[in-house]
Design a protein around this ligand. Structure first.
Ligand code: ATP
Length: 770
């Protein structure tokens, strides 16, 4: 098409495409252009955008339809845009306006492909218009037939930014223009679908909340009318939950339950469950913590003030607290969780102060203390709670402990972890493992509570009497501290400094009123109790003081008064009595109650077929020990001076007390000695105790629990003990006063025991089967 010379008007904030009728306000430049058009170019001018100081390459040829005033009263002109034109070089005059060469763009007849694109675009535009419910516009757009004209209706589209409109203006090719538009319109539709959805969601949730509020108010009114009251009660939960210091997730969950409660109404059984649950949640100390006292010297002082002796145990505890404090200081507890300090396991017989040490640790740190008894727990739900769907569901013991403690960082004593069982109701040990594992326990989930509970600040201390029944995985997480039991001197000191004052106070007596002599205490320790700890000791003192309180005060309790106050001694040295016949030897053993002595008895039965029977609830290992002992004796009969006929008789070996299950190889030397004593008819010396495994060749192999066994030997009044050579280093752990009271023979072959433990003078009678 031939180019024209036209006055040009650049507009900054609007892009006009062909086929539009618009009113523009006339500033000076616009006035000049419009004037020039009316006077010199047949009312035609070129309008082009100038966006961010960039001039467009194309504009539209527009004709001035009318000039007048806008509604605001300023000069304005009504323009109608026609064809696209390429802007050529600028030329001067006539008049004040700017003139350019404008070359109108020729439009080819549309191809079939272009028509297809146009149809597609038309559909998209109609969709957009439908969303806006612009029905009239839909009609006029639908009526447009020419693809180029259809594309240029985009000039009206409010969702296209000016720079996109300019791109359309500068794209004279119809097909390219339609492609651009199809893309952009699709995007717009997709976006507006999402935002529509958000809008509806928001609107719906607001409406729902309003509706719920209304319904709740109505419900309250109805309940009040029915005299069911308690609308205030549910309201109360809402305010309580809102006022409580709860983690966000917990508050949300609690409010959901309050909603349910409000809907459920009073008569609904569920209301009761929800209330109990809400009470539990509100009772938990979500935000309460105590501040740790990390002064290690002070810690040591507290431990010393609470407990006699136990130097090594206290040292280990102080070290443990020191490491913990340092880790915390360096922020290591939270990083990765794992390995942030194992759990202390206090292992030892009853009454040695495991529980009270736990209490002391809490006191040292200034933390709350709670004890969780695990003895006999077989149901996982005991630890982790029942699901709420259970009738009468309760939270587990851990949650209850935290509630009882009233702080999120108490000391929790897991008492008797060695007595946790498992059965069809799940494995409590596995749940415990989760409780103790720093990698998991910051989000511990109780079934009942069903909320994450952070246990990572809890200091767990476990206790156990024996180690071999603790599940391995649990044991691996723990740092073992053994407390083996007390010597007689220890017990007397503990009684004097701790048990006496406490029991006096309980009996409402004062130290001025009742004095207990050292001999009396020693007598109680030696002949009234035979325990590793001091539990019965304390009980007997309590019993004594109840009687003393009825006497004339002040009073002194001496050894002679004991019979009156607490009865006759219960334990007398029995070793000489028990070993008064051939075939009985005194062994040393460790049980859940601490160390103990054990008399192994052998006797010959009538008959000539040989053979061995064993009784006393022995485990497999112990039964094998008996076999080995007998085989050893048979193989060495000659050397030992045993006549072959003796070996023809069947032998019965018994380990009292028959009701207590026993196992382990450490009775090997005792069984061998009992057999030899029987077959030679020579008594075992009464003051002798022994422990050690025996091999078929008579080697004595090492055993465990040396300290506990020696304590027991001393308690039982023995004065000589045989120990395997490889256990010699264990003597370092044994208190010096125990070692002073015992002669310890270190042996590596059972012959050494047989050579010196039997009475040297034969009683002269050879026992044969009756
Ligand atoms: N070394 C000690 N010094 C002072 N008191 C002690 C000492 N050892 C134990 N006691 C006292 O002995 C009593 C029994 O101790 P505790 O109940 O802690 O024993 P335990 O080892 O936890 O037994 P269990 O295994 O049966 O739980 C407590 O009153 C405790 O204060």
């Amino acid at each position: 098409m031939a180019s024209k010379r036209l006055p040009v008007l650049f507009l900054d904030d609007i892009v006009l495409l062909p086929g539009m009728v618009v009113q523009i306000e006339l500033d000076e430049a616009a006035q000049a252009a419009v004037d020039a058009a009316r006077t010199s170019s047949g009312s035609e001018l070129l309008i082009a955008p100038r966006l961010e100081d960039r001039y467009a390459s194309h504009g539209v040829v527009a004709s001035v339809r009318q000039v007048g005033k806008s509604r605001g009263g300023s000069p304005a002109a009504m323009l109608r845009t026609a064809v696209r034109a390429k802007i050529g070089s600028g030329v001067t005059g006539p008049g004040a306006a700017l003139w350019v060469e404008a070359e109108p763009v020729a439009v080819d007849a549309p191809t079939a492909h272009v028509r297809e694109l146009a149809a597609e675009y038309k559909q998209l535009v109609v969709s957009v218009l439908q969303r806006r419910e612009a029905w009239q516009v839909i009609d006029s757009v639908s009526a447009i037939d020419d693809p180029g004209d259809l594309a240029d209706t985009a000039g009206w589209a409010p969702y296209l930014a000016n720079d996109r409109k300019r791109e359309l203006l500068e794209t004279p090719d119809v097909e390219a223009r339609l492609r651009l538009l199809i893309d952009w319109t699709r995007d717009f539709l997709a976006e507006s679908e999402v935002s529509d959805k958000i809008e509806t969601d928001v609107r719906e949730s607001v409406e729902k909340r309003n509706r719920e509020y209304l319904l709740r108010e109505q419900l309250k009114a109805i309940r009040k009318e029915l005299g069911e009251g308690d609308a205030a009660g549910t309201d109360d939960y809402r305010t309580r939950v809102e006022a409580a210091e709860l983690p966000d997730a917990v508050r949300e969950a609690a409010l959901r339950e309050v909603d349910k409660l409000e809907k459920a109404g009073d008569q609904n059984p569920e209301a009761g469950w929800i209330r109990t649950w809400l009470d539990t949640v509100l009772d938990l100390p979500w935000a309460a913590r105590t501040t740790d006292n990390t002064d290690l010297e002070a810690a040591r002082a507290v431990l010393d003030a609470d407990h006699h002796g136990l130097a090594e145990v206290k040292e280990r505890i102080v070290e443990y607290l020191g490491v913990r404090a340092r880790r915390e200081e360096r922020g290591l507890t939270t990083v990765g969780g794992r390995g942030s300090g194992a759990v202390i396991l206090l292992a030892g017989p009853p009454g040695v102060g495991k529980t009270s040490l736990g209490e002391s640790v809490a006191r040292t740190l200034g933390r709350k203390f709670v004890r969780v008894a695990l003895g006999g727990v077989r149901d996982e739900a005991e630890i982790r709670g029942h699901r709420r769907t259970y009738v009468g569901a309760l939270p587990g013991r851990i949650v209850r402990a935290i509630k009882e403690a009233g702080s999120m960082n108490p000391v929790v004593l897991l008492d008797e972890v060695d007595k946790v069982g498992s059965d069809y109701r799940g494995d409590p040990a596995a749940a415990l493992l989760e409780v103790l594992d720093p990698a998991q326990n910051h989000t511990f989930r109780d079934h009942y509570l069903d909320l994450d509970l952070d246990l990572s600040d809890v200091l767990f201390i476990a206790t156990a009497n024996v180690l071999d029944t603790i599940p391995q995985a649990l044991f691996d997480r723990m740092e073992l501290i053994s407390i083996d039991g007390y010597t007689e001197n220890d017990k007397v000191a503990i009684a004097r400094d701790f048990l006496l004052p406490r029991q006096l106070e309980r009996a409402a007596l004062s130290a001025d009123e009742v004095t207990v002599t050292e001999e009396a205490l020693r007598e109680v320790a030696a002949n009234y109790t035979r325990e590793a700890g001091v539990r019965s000791f304390e009980r007997l003192l309590a019993k004594a003081f109840r009687k003393v309180a009825l006497r004339e005060l002040p009073a002194t309790v001496g050894a002679d008064d004991l019979k009156d106050l607490i009865g006759r001694p219960r334990f007398m040295p029995e070793s000489s009595e028990r070993t008064a016949v051939p075939g009985v030897a005194t062994g040393l053993a460790v049980t859940g109650m601490g160390g103990d002595v054990l008399y192994i008895e052998a006797s010959l039965l009538p008959g000539d077929k040989g053979g061995l029977s064993v009784t006393g609830q022995l485990g497999d290992v112990m039964k094998e020990s008996a076999q080995i002992a007998l085989s050893y004796v048979r193989a060495h009969a000659d050397e030992l001076g045993i006549s072959p006929e003796q070996l023809d008789h069947p032998i019965h070996l018994h380990v009292p007390a028959g009701a207590v299950p026993k196992d382990g190889p450490s009775a090997g030397v005792t069984m061998t000695t009992a057999l030899v004593s029987l077959l030679l008819g020579r008594n075992v010396r009464a003051e002798v105790g022994m422990t050690g495994e025996v091999s078929l060749t008579g080697r004595v192999l090492p055993i465990g629990g040396v300290k506990q066994k020696l304590l027991a030997a001393q308690r039982a009044g023995l004065t000589e003990v045989y120990l395997p050579q490889r256990n010699e280093p264990d003597l370092d752990d044994v208190p010096t006063d125990v070692l002073a009271a015992l002669t310890v023979h270190i042996v590596s072959d059972v012959r050494e025991i047989l050579a010196s433990a039997l009475e040297s003078v034969s009683p002269g009678v050879v026992t044969t089967a009756a």
